[in-house]
Design a protein around this ligand. Structure first.
Ligand code: ST9
Ligand code: ZN
Ligand code: ZN
Length: 340
């Protein structure tokens, strides 16, 4: 009786916690049929987000025209500098440091990465990391926030336009987040996010070109929106394109792919088949080649000045064995591979 009472209590508590998402009305289908196994449920569109994303993309289009044909050259340089910083805040910060703990960083570097991550406005670090850890743990299932099985658009941006699938929230609760609760940089960013984000992502980057080189306020604003929207799309391509097109040198049974073009645009995060198989590697790729992996260069530089340490990698013999066992045969053999 005791345990069934506890079960009932747990069930009612979780029902309470998820009352908004139960409106999705999960309907289970024939469990034996794999193709129809995905639960069907009514999409609940979040119109606020739809309107915001439509505005962002239209304004970004205009911003790109202003950037290339009208703006001051300094605005142009500023655009790339701020864009690079925000990208590294996601790749080197939210992703490789906080989500995967693939290296450790001292306080000054963590503060810098937190500011860069705020510049990217992809939610605060805690939320970003929780969704990302859930993505790794439940890849290609309903519990994956941007489940690539639901198509390009859903995994690209559609997942931010509808309420989450109940599995994301329920199974997401099983992910350990205690390390982030223990990092004051993450805790404070989360607390102050609604103040920090508009200031760091939008207001300051719009104000600087106006104040320091007399850029027209309208130009400065639309170019800021272009910078933000472009970095969002480059990030989203890792969830969409790099889960659809490319090779699978390390595990052919999963959707993530290795894709050089995405790696170039996403600062080294396009070696996504490797990354899903060995998520603790700070390079997020087998090779430390900086051309397709700007973020690795960034972390190595900070390691050389003592700010980053305990950089984790994977022994080549382990990579080689795994590729031979589960890869699609496209892995490029290395000089120090073992002979077969
Ligand atoms: C954005 C994020 O763009 C992009 C992330 C991309 C990741 C890519 C990774 C690839 C690798 C790295 C590549 C880098 C490349 C860089 C290149 C750079 C050039 N687990 O969310 P709510 C619970 S953001 C556990 O409201 P709804 C939780 O209890 C763009 N629990 O769900 C929560 O309460 P609490 C800007 C979870 O109502 C409660 O549910 N931001 C989880 O379904 C409700 O949560 C936006 O546009 C979980 N995973 O709404 C905002 N999730 O408060 C968009 C939730 O306690 N977001 N819970 O946390 C929203 O408006 C809403 O989240 C929603 C869903 C409408 C999407
Ligand atoms: Zn990851
Ligand atoms: Zn992925």
């Amino acid at each position: 009786f005791g345990s069934s009472a506890t079960l009932f209590l747990e069930a009612s508590q979780s029902a309470e916690a998820n009352k908004s998402t139960t409106e999705l009305k999960t309907v289970s289908t024939t469990p034996l049929d794999k193709s129809t196994k995905q639960s069907k449920y009514k999409w609940r569109i979040v119109w606020r987000n739809v309107i915001a994303f439509v505005y962002l993309h239209v304004a970004a289009l205009y911003g790109s025209y202003l950037l290339f044909f009208k703006a001051n050259i300094l605005t142009f340089i500023f655009f790339f500098t701020v864009g690079t910083a925000s990208a590294v805040g996601i790749t080197g910060g939210a992703h490789r440091l906080w989500a995967h703990r693939s290296y450790k960083a001292k306080l000054p570097m963590r503060i810098l990465l937190m500011v860069f991550q705020t510049l990217a406005f992809q939610n605060h670090i805690y939320e970003w990391v929780r969704d990302h850890r859930v993505h790794h743990k439940f890849t290609d299932t309903d519990a994956d926030p941007h489940n690539a099985k639901r198509g390009f658009f859903f995994s690209h941006m559609g997942w931010l336009l509808v309420r989450k699938h109940p599995d994301v929230i329920n199974k997401g609760k099983t992910v350990d987040m205690s390390d982030l609760d223990a990092d004051p940089v993450v805790v404070w960013q989360r607390r102050l996010y609604l103040l920090l984000m508009p200031l760091i992502c939008f207001l300051i980057p719009t104000w600087i070109p106006i104040h320091f080189w007399n850029e027209r306020p309208m130009y400065a604003w639309y170019i800021t929106v272009f910078r933000y929207t472009m970095s969002l799309n480059l990030t989203w391509l890792v969830n969409s394109a790099a889960h659809i097109w490319g090779t699978k040198p390390y595990d052919k049974s999963i959707s993530p792919t290795d894709n050089f073009k995405i790696a170039l645009g996403a600062f080294g995060e396009g070696w996504h088949n490797y990354h899903h198989v060995f998520p603790w590697d700070y390079k997020a790729a087998e090779l430390g080649d900086y051309r397709g992996n700007f973020t690795t260069g960034f972390i190595d530089f900070f390691a050389s000045i003592g700010q980053a340490y305990d950089l984790k990698t994977v022994p080549i013999s382990m990579i080689e064995k795994r590729a031979a066992r589960t890869g699609d045969g496209t892995r490029v053999k290395q000089d120090n591979d073992h002979e077969h």
